[in-house]
Design a protein around this ligand. Structure first.
Ligand code: HPA
Length: 288
């Protein structure tokens, strides 16, 4: 390996460790005694969950040394920690996307920093387009598996050896026990929650009808521009994962409307209360 590459990788890891150390120091100062057990990544228009977190504090991404900044409308760029029920939790209100121009190592840097902060579990959320009739705008979908082969892996390069093996198993990307808990939480809250498969596309253009037909033929129920890189990095690092999509629109060619980010935000805004109730319930039922 070239010296420059080795140097870049060392810088990457040092940057992650510095950010984690800074966050942990702020968590202690805020008075939260426990280490956050679960991280939550809040997708487009789904940030209101942060208001359910109490007994901790928060930081803007800009205050954290080395933390990537968000550039997307609806992604505030704030880290919030505290408790939901008895579960100590840390939430990223705003995430990093490949289409923003970051390389994949940066896209997953938040997950890796949370890992260095000590999390054992990750709940990822996103806004997604429904590819067929199974999921309609306004539905919530528990992600049972994903399609992610249309993108470079976040594990490409050698810096990731620090977090896990070169060839990690991905046969159980989403935790079965956590899916059972999510379904029990949905039942208690009276929320309809079916399972489906999420497909990752790089964006930022929405898909064409031909792409959606192809994805649908491959088994996808929903499509979006996030989540999969984070889940790969999390599983690689031994983190237990659960994912929920908020279906905000009919994917290209399956509905009668053009797709716009404003409409995506408007639908996720309408579902936000239900979504927050579900996520808060899941977090409060999180197994030790
Ligand atoms: N495609 C990709 N990403 C999305 C969509 C979509 O239809 N809706 C919300 N995010």
């Amino acid at each position: 390996m070239g010296n420059q590459k080795k140097y870049d990788e060392n810088c990457y890891l040092t940057g992650l460790k510095n950010a984690a150390e800074y966050i942990m120091k702020e968590i202690r100062i805020s008075g939260l005694k426990e280490t956050p057990a679960v991280a939550v990544i809040l997708g487009s228009g789904l940030g209101a969950f942060a208001d359910c977190i109490s007994g901790g504090g928060s930081l803007n991404y800009a205050e954290i040394p080395g933390f990537v900044q968000t550039t997307v409308k609806g992604h505030e760029g704030r880290l919030i920690w505290g408790r939901v029920g008895k579960t100590p939790v840390i939430a990223m209100k705003g995430r990093f996307h490949y289409y923003e121009g970051h390389d994949m190592a940066k896209v997953v840097s938040g997950v890796r920093i949370m890992k260095l902060c000590g999390i054992k579990g990750l709940l990822v959320t996103n806004a997604a387009g429904g590819t067929g009739e199974k999921f309609l705008p306004g539905d919530l979908m528990l992600i049972k598996d994903h399609l992610g082969m249309f993108t470079p892996s976040p594990l490409r390069g050698n810096e990731s050896d620090y977090f896990g093996p070169r060839f990690p198993d991905m046969s159980k990307p989403y935790s079965e026990r956590l899916m059972r808990i999510a379904q029990a939480a949905a039942l208690e809250e009276g929320i309809d929650l079916k399972k489906g498969i999420y497909a990752y596309m790089q964006g930022p253009s929405y898909e064409t009808p031909a792409e959606i037909r192809a994805l649908s033929g491959l088994g996808a129920d929903a499509v979006g521009m996030s989540t999969v890189p984070e889940v790969i990095a999390a599983r690689h690092a031994g983190i237990e994962v659960i994912g929920i999509s908020c279906i905000t629109n009919s994917a290209a060619g399956t509905g009668d409307k053009e797709i716009s980010h404003d409409d995506v935000m408007s639908v996720s805004g309408k579902v936000e209360n239900t979504f927050v109730r579900l996520v808060a319930k899941i977090i409060s039922m999180w197994p030790g």
